[in-house]
Design a binder for this molecule. Structure first.
Ligand code: PCA
Length: 200
């Protein structure tokens, strides 16, 4: 199996994004499955374009998008992408989102194809804090998660796809005032969850 794993670049005034840092450190192969990695700009429709081009070029069987969820204390596989975007923070193009539907003819929501509960169990077994999340928010992460699902329906019906949010790194934690997780644990957690996702 070939798995495309993406990570966003830093945004919102942060100097680092744990998502791309953790993705870069994943092994190139997990249980005989090839891991293809991609850095994605934190820009609404541009993130979708970059990922779609990579899916066309690489033809992965599975796509896992990884993003930072500042304030969360655990690795959180997302259950559902919603057809709505909003937010007060400009993306990395300097603009805020156009508030409203992401795709005018898209479903209100799409459930992930990834086995999120098994992924959480596997991460906990590996000693990594993890829980299912029922909302990826309304910012660029939910946007990309939704758009990959929309592409799946229209262009890539065999694809399995999902989104995983990860906490801040300790360097972003403002002296422990915000929850964080170290990079090794993030890599360990993501690796454990990819193992069960490909075996599902
Ligand atoms: N997190 C943001 C966008 C990029 C990222 O890493 C989000 O949760 O929407």
């Amino acid at each position: 199996m070939k798995i495309l794993v993406t990570g966003f670049d830093p945004f919102g005034g942060e100097k680092i994004n744990p998502a791309i840092e953790a993705v870069k450190r994943l092994p190139d192969e997990i249980d005989g499955n090839q891991i293809v990695k991609l850095e994605v700009p934190t820009i609404f429709y541009q993130s979708t374009k970059v990922v779609k081009e990579k899916i066309i070029a690489e033809k992965p069987d599975m796509v896992i998008n990884v993003g930072q969820a500042g304030g969360r204390a655990a690795i959180t596989p997302e259950r559902i992408a919603i057809n709505f975007q909003a937010g007060s923070t400009p993306d990395n193009s300097g603009k805020g989102p156009k508030e409203g539907k992401i795709e005018s003819d898209g479903a209100d929501g799409y459930f992930t194809q990834l086995p999120i509960k098994k992924m959480v169990t596997a991460m906990r077994k590996a000693g990594i804090p993890a829980e299912v999340s029922n909302s990826a928010g309304t910012y660029v992460c939910n946007h990309l998660f939704y758009e990959v699902q929309y592409m799946r329906v229209h262009d890539f019906p065999k694809l399995k796809a999902g989104f995983v949010h990860i906490p801040f790194l300790p360097s972003q934690a403002k002296n422990g005032r915000r929850p964080s997780m170290n990079l090794d644990d993030m890599v360990k957690g993501l690796t454990a969850s990819i193992k069960v996702a490909v075996a599902d």
